[in-house]
Design a protein around this ligand. Structure first.
Ligand code: NOJ
Length: 736
C-alpha cells in the first residue's frame, strides 16, 4: 500500500469517528490556494512537496454532495496540484504505433496521489472483455459485440459487474471500458469491442455495462468520443459529418451513458470531426457534452490524442493521457501568460474530482493490487453463460442442430482445435488464463467419435469430414485495434475449406469466430451456421452446450451481415477510409440496417436476426396511447408497447421482441428505426405479455434549423417483430 492510501484510510477513520463537518489531519500541510505559495515540486511527485502543518479538510464531509466536495477541494489546491491532476505520468505518448508498441505491463495510465489533500492515485487499466495491459490471473469474457448479441441489458450489467470487480481488485480505479461507438464501417477493426450499429441499442447496452462497472468501485470510461469509426487512418482522419447525423446516430450512445449510466469519464478520440481534433473540439466537448448532455465528469484524451495546450484546455479537455506533453509545463506557462485562466483550470479539476467523490475514491481504501489473483468461480461461470447467451444461430437447415450426442463429429479448422479464438487484439487484449478449444468442449460433451483437422490441406480436411456424421468448420478472422480488415471475406483459405468440407459432407455446420460480419459465399452449401464471435475463455464449453442443445440459442445480430462487399453503406473510398484525409459520412442517417432498408438492398442476415431451437408467435400488439397532443413540439414522455409472445415449439427458450418506429415526415428519415426491445424467456407452450416503453426520442428528429430535437405531428407506424426485416405486427400513434 502506498503512503497516500494509508493517509486516505486514516482520514476515513477520522471521518467516521467525527460528529462534525470539520476534519483535521495532523501531519499534512496547509492548504495553499494561490500560485505564489505553491509547494516546490519533487521529481517523483511534484504535487507532493511541501511543509507539514495541520490541514482542515472540509471536503471530507460525506454529507455534502460530490459537487460541493469537489468545489471545496479545488479551493484548497495550488495551481501545481491542479495541473498535476490534469495529466498522466506515463512514458509513452502514442501506443500502438511503431514509436511505442505498448501496452506496458501494469496500469496504462496513472496520475499519482496528492497526499497533502488526501487525493488518491488514479490507476487506469484497459479491458473491454477483462482487465488488460498484460494483467495475469484475470477472467477473459466474450467480446462486447458478443455480449451485446444477447440483446439483454441485464447480461451487460452483469458483464460490467464482473469486469468492474476484477479491475477494482487489481487496484484500478478507472476502468477504460466500454467502447460505445456505432459500427459504421463493417470492416472497422474494433467492431468486436463495440456493441453494433444502432445508436439506441448501443446506448442501452452502454448504460447497463457502465452501471455494473461503477457499482463495483471503478469509474467507468466510455470511449472513444466521437466519430471514431475506423482504424486505418485514425491518427489523422477527419470525419466529415452533418449536424443531424451527429445528433441522431453518433451522439445517442454517449447521451445514454450520461443520462442513464452516469458515467464518470469519456475518452476523446484520435480522429478529427469536421476538421477539428476530438480532444480540442469545442463543439464536441463544450456544446454537446457539457451544455447539451449535461455531462459532469471528465474527458481524458486517448493515448497521444492531445494536440495542443491552449485550444485543448480552453475547448474542454480535462486531462491529457498518458503523459504531460501539453498539459504539464506548457499548461503552467499558458496560465502564466494568461492564455488559459485559473477559472478554466478549476473547472477541469472539478470535473475530475466530481466522479472521484461520487465513487467514494477519497473515502475508502482500495484492496488489491496489480499482482492480485482476481479470478473467481463465479466469474468463470459468468464467462461461460455470457458466451452461450451471445452465440447466434443463423441457419439450421432440416433442424440438424441440436446434434445427437452419439453423432461422430469432425472438427475442422485451427480455431476448432489448436488455435481457439477467444478475443480480438489491441489495447483490449486480455491474458486469458486458458481458452477451452471447441475440440475439447465437444469431446467432453459428445458421446460419438470426435476427430479434428486443422484445415491446412483441403483434401485431407474433406476426407476427415467425409468420415464423420457431421462436419463442423470453425472459421475465424484476426481483428485488432490499429487496423481495419482489408475486406469482408474470411481470410486465407477458409472459404475454400468450407466449400471443400461442404462438398464432402452434406451435414456441414460453420461456426464463425469473428469480431464482425463476414461474407458467406458458401451459405447455400452448408446446413448450419452459428456466429459465436470471440467468445472468451469458455469458448469450447459454450459452443458444445449450443451444439448439443444444452443451451437453446437466443442471441440476435447487433449488426447487419451483407451479401457482397459492395452492398454496404460505406462502399466508396470517399466514405471509408477517406480521400485526402477526409472520410465523408455521406450516407448520413443511413447507417447499418437503415441503409439496407432505404436502398431496398437485401442483406445476407439482417440486423436483429437470430434463430432458436424452438418457435415463437407474437400477437395482440397494442400501443398506448394511440393518439395524443404534443405541447409546442415536445414528444410524448413514454408510449407503451404491449405484445403477447407464445413459445409454440418443443423447447424452452427466449425471444427478443423488437419495436421499430417509422416517422411520418419525409425529412430523410430512414424507413424505420429501432426504438425499443425486450427479451422474454418462455417455457414450452407458455405465453407472456411483454410491455416496454418507447421514449420521447422515438417520436423526435433533430431539427438543424432550430438546433434542437423536435416532435413532428403526424401518424407514426409502430412495427413489431423479431428482426429488422420481420415485423409482422403493426400499430400506429397519431401526434397532433
Ligand atoms: C488507445 C485506445 O484507443 C484506447 O481505447 C485505450 O484505452 C488506450 N489506447 C490505452 O491503451
Amino acid at each position: 500500500m502506498n503512503i497516500s492510501m494509508r493517509w486516505s484510510g486514516r482520514a476515513v477513520a477520522l471521518i467516521l469517528s467525527a460528529a462534525c463537518a470539520v476534519f483535521f489531519v495532523p501531519a499534512l500541510t496547509n492548504a495553499q490556494p494561490d500560485r505564489s505559495s505553491a509547494p516546490v515540486k519533487s521529481a517523483a511527485n511534484p504535487a507532493n512537496a511541501g511543509t507539514s502543518a495541520p490541514i482542515r479538510r472540509p471536503w471530507m464531509d460525506r454529507s455534502l454532495s460530490p459537487e460541493q466536495r469537489a468545489g471545496l477541494l479545488v479551493k484548497a489546491m495550488t495551481l501545481d496540484e491542479k495541473i498535476h491532476m490534469m495529466h498522466g505520468v506515463g512514458a509513452c505518448a502514442e501506443v500502438w504505433t511503431e514509436k511505442c508498441p505498448m501496452p506496458i505491463k501494469g496500469y496504462v495510465g496513472e496520475a499519482p496521489a496528492i497526499d497533502r489533500l488526501g487525493i488518491p492515485h488514479l490507476n487506469l487499466a484497459d479491458g473491454r472483455a477483462g482487465v488488460g495491459n498484460k494483467a495475469v490471473n484475470v477472467t477473459l469474457l466474450p467480446a462486447p459485440i458478443a455480449a451485446a448479441s444477447s440483446w439483454d441489458p441485464a447480461l451487460l450489467n452483469e458483464f460490467g459487474h464482473v469486469l468492474g470487480k476484477e479491475e477494482w481488485d487489481k487496484g484500478a480505479n478507472v476502468a477504460l471500458s466500454p467502447t460505445i461507438d456505432v459500427v459504421r464501417v463493417p470492416e472497422w477493426g474494433r467492431t468486436f469491442e463495440s456493441y453494433g450499429e444502432d445508436p439506441y441499442f448501443n446506448g442501452r447496452m452502454a448504460a447497463a455495462e457502465i452501471k455494473g462497472i461503477q457499482a463495483e468501485g471503478p469509474i467507468a470510461d466510455a470511449n472513444m468520443y466521437l466519430t471514431m469509426n475506423q482504424e486505418n487512418s485514425r491518427f489523422s482522419s477527419d470525419s466529415v459529418v452533418d449536424e443531424r447525423t451527429l445528433q441522431e446516430i453518433y451522439l445517442p450512445p454517449y447521451a445514454a451513458a450520461v443520462a442513464e449510466g452516469h458515467v464518470g469519464t469519456f475518452m476523446c478520440a484520435y480522429v478529427k470531426t469536421n476538421g477539428v481534433y476530438s480532444c480540442e473540439n469545442a463543439h464536441l466537448l463544450r456544446d454537446l457534452l457539457r451544455k447539451e448532455l449535461k455531462f459532469d465528469g471528465w474527458v481524458m484524451s486517448d493515448w497521444g490524442a492531445t494536440h495542443s495546450t491552449v485550444d485543448a484546455a480552453n475547448h474542454g479537455l480535462d486531462q491529457e493521457m498518458p503523459i504531460d506533453e501539453y498539459f504539464g509545463a506548457p499548461l503552467e506557462k499558458a496560465v502564466e501568460d494568461g492564455k488559459v485562466t485559473v477559472a478554466t483550470i478549476d473547472e477541469h479539476v472539478r470535473n475530475i474530482l466530481i466522479p472521484m467523490f461520487r465513487q467514494g475514491l477519497l473515502d475508502r481504501q482500495q484492496p488489491g493490487n496489480w499482482d492480485s489473483n482476481v479470478r473467481t468461480d463465479a466469474h468463470t461461470a459468468f464467462s461461460r453463460k455470457a458466451a452461450e447467451e451471445s452465440t447466434i444461430l443463423l441457419k439450421n437447415q432440416g433442424a440438424l442442430l441440436p446434434l445427437r450426442a452419439d453423432a461422430s463429429i469432425a472438427v475442422i479448422g485451427e480455431a476448432g482445435s489448436t488455435k481457439p479464438k477467444g478475443e480480438g487484439g489491441g489495447s483490449s487484449e486480455v491474458v486469458a488464463p486458458y481458452i477451452v478449444s471447441p475440440f475439447d468442449g465437444i469431446g467432453k460433451r459428445g458421446k460419438g467419435k470426435i476427430t479434428s483437422d486443422d484445415g491446412a490441406d483441403l483434401y485431407k480436411a474433406a476426407a476427415t469430414a467425409r468420415a464423420a456424421d457431421v462436419a463442423i468448420v470453425f472459421a475465424r478472422t484476426e481483428e485488432t485495434e490499429g487496423y481495419d480488415r482489408p475486406g469482408l471475406n474470411l481470410p486465407g483459405n477458409q472459404d475454400a475449406l468450407i466449400s471443400a468440407v461442404a462438398a464432402a459432407n452434406k451435414k456441414t455446420i460453420v461456426v464463425l469466430d469473428t469480431g464482425g460480419p463476414v461474407l458467406m459465399p458458401w451459405i447455400d452449401r452448408v446446413a448450419g451456421v452459428l456466429e459465436a464471435w470471440y467468445s472468451g475463455q469458455e469458448d469450447g464449453n459454450a459452443i458444445a452446450a449450443i451444439l448439443y442443445g444444452d443451451f437453446n440459442p437466443s442471441a440476435k445480430l447487433p449488426l447487419t451481415f451483407p451479401r457482397t462487399a459492395t452492398e454496404i453503406p460505406t462502399a466508396s473510398k470517399e466514405q471509408w477510409p477517406g480521400v485526402n484525409g477526409r472520410s465523408l459520412y455521406s450516407e448520413g442517417l443511413n447507417v447499418g440496417y437503415r441503409w439496407y432498408d432505404a436502398t431496398h438492398t437485401q442483406p445476407l442476415f439482417p440486423f436483429g436476426f437470430g434463430l432458436s431451437y424452438t418457435t415463437f408467435r407474437l400477437n395482440r400488439l397494442a400501443v398506448e396511447p394511440r393518439e395524443l397532443k404534443s405541447k409546442s413540439g415536445a414528444a410524448p414522455e413514454a408510449v407503451l408497447v404491449k405484445v403477447d409472445v407464445t413459445n409454440t415449439g418443443t423447447r424452452d427458450g427466449a425471444e427478443v421482441v423488437e419495436a421499430y418506429v417509422a416517422d411520418p415526415s419525409k425529412n430523410g428519415e430512414p424507413p424505420h428505426q429501432l426504438r425499443g426491445f425486450a427479451k422474454v424467456r418462455l417455457k414450452v407452450g407458455e405465453t407472456k405479455s411483454v410491455t416496454f416503453t418507447l421514449d420521447r426520442r422515438s417520436f423526435s428528429i433533430y431539427d438543424v434549423s432550430l438546433h434542437r430535437w423536435t416532435c413532428l405531428p403526424g401518424t407514426y407506424d409502430v412495427l413489431v417483430g423479431t428482426s429488422s426485416r420481420d415485423l409482422p405486427l403493426h400499430d400506429r400513434i397519431t401526434i397532433r
